[in-house]
Write a protein that binds this ligand. Structure first.
Ligand SMILES: Cc1cc2nc3c(=O)[nH]c(=O)nc-3n(C[C@H](O)[C@H](O)[C@H](O)COP(=O)(O)OP(=O)(O)OC[C@H]3O[C@@H](n4cnc5c(N)ncnc54)[C@H](O)[C@@H]3O)c2cc1C
Length: 326
């Protein structure tokens, strides 16, 4: 038994050393995830690497996959709730952000790395007189996160822009997925569904988005309208955006509000008074505080309305689950 433990420790040490050799100071041990999540919570990732381009991104995933280390790629960390205990395995922070534009006659194709910030890309497109991504001007996170989660706003979403995505498949290398192959629906895709399964995940390296020429002033006015509407309806402060998906025929925020939970607090986290589907870290919350709010909202909405809400945010890391939680 003792020998086996010693062997495991030696193997893990050797793997860590190899990552250190390849990625130098971009590789860290026990890196606190609160620094990389929009809710500003989350314990340490046992191994952490910053990938500055798609070559490093692919290298990091392949090394983890070959060594049987669990891995996950994060972009803006704006759609995940990382546990206080943290993540065992490798977290890869995606900073690959090259962008190219190609005219094809009527439309323009934007080829973009998955670590590009989505709202910066939307602003770049507007400045170039290219329409189609205005909905994304104030959606936090990266292109990769949005392609996985089919992020959207103001009646449009990634599915309406995406032509194709270059995806790394565990054990299979790179493959180009068409829009149809992503199997998109509301805040859902073939890759998003994989999150629930305990398996090695596919990773988006880059995407091609379709845009169309339009006057910059028109695009700017549309984007300004979207930003103003967001300011009016959504709280500022550290959050993960909408906690639950909207169930058919309802708004999750309305159901949580109608259950009497606006302003409800657990520890340092509260359900926003401005928008009840936003859970805000306003007093140095822990992830457990936020999970307490999730359980309260889920149970109350089921009790009052018989509706079982579905999380939009992904719970990541090591959690102790209670059977009575939602
Ligand atoms: C204030 C606020 C407002 C928001 N408003 C909106 C909104 O209007 N509409 C909306 O849809 N969302 C909204 N969100 C949620 C969030 O911005 C989106 O879901 C965003 O697209 C997530 O991108 P990310 O890079 O932060 O993903 P992360 O949170 O880093 O990751 C989310 C998931 O995607 C996976 N992932 C990330 N990158 C890759 C990749 N390259 N390959 C494979 N998997 C990957 C991760 O492993 C994880 O499972 C909001 C969030 C906040 C904080």
């Amino acid at each position: 038994m003792g020998n086996r433990m010693d062997l495991e420790t030696t193997v893990i040490e050797a793997i860590r050393k190899r990552f250190q050799e390849v990625f130098g100071e971009n590789f860290k041990l026990n890196e606190p995830m609160a620094r990389y999540t929009s809710a500003r919570v989350g314990g340490p990732a046992s191994m952490f690497v910053v990938a500055g381009n798609t070559t490093d991104l692919q290298k990091a995933i392949e090394m983890a996959f070959i060594q049987h280390i669990s891995y996950m790629v994060i972009g803006g960390g704006s759609n995940i709730l990382v546990s206080d205990r943290g993540i065992e395995g490798l977290v890869i922070l995606n900073k690959a952000k090259e962008v190219h534009f190609r005219h094809t006659g009527l439309s323009v194709v934007c080829a973009v790395d998955s670590g590009m910030n989505l709202s910066s890309l939307a602003r770049q497109c507007i400045a170039k007189g290219l329409g189609g991504l205005e909905w994304a001007v104030s959606v936090p996170g990266t292109v990769g996160g949005a392609v996985v989660g089919n992020s959207g706003a103001h009646g449009a979403d990634m599915a309406s822009n995406l032509l194709s995505a270059t995806i790394w498949e565990p054990g299979g290398g790179l493959r180009i997925y068409s829009n149809e192959e992503m199997d998109y629906s509301y805040r859902d895709s073939i890759l998003k569904r994989e999150q629930k399964a305990e398996q090695s995940r596919r990773v988006i390296l880059s995407a091609e988005l379709e845009l169309r020429p339009e006057a910059t002033e028109v695009l700017m006015a549309r984007a300004d309208g979207f930003v103003a509407r967001r300011k009016e309806t959504q709280p500022s402060g550290a959050s993960m955006g909408s906690m639950f998906k909207n169930p058919e025929n309802y708004y999750a925020g309305y159901l949580i509000e109608a259950a009497g939970l606006k302003g409800f607090r657990v520890g340092g986290a509260k359900i926003s008074e401005k928008h009840a589907n936003f859970f805000v870290n306003d007093e140095q919350a822990t992830s457990e505080d936020i999970r307490g709010l999730i359980a309260e909202a889920w149970n109350s909405v089921r009790e009052h309305f018989g509706v079982e809400l579905d999380l939009e945010v992904e719970l990541v890391g090591e959690w102790d689950f209670d059977e009575n939680d939602g």
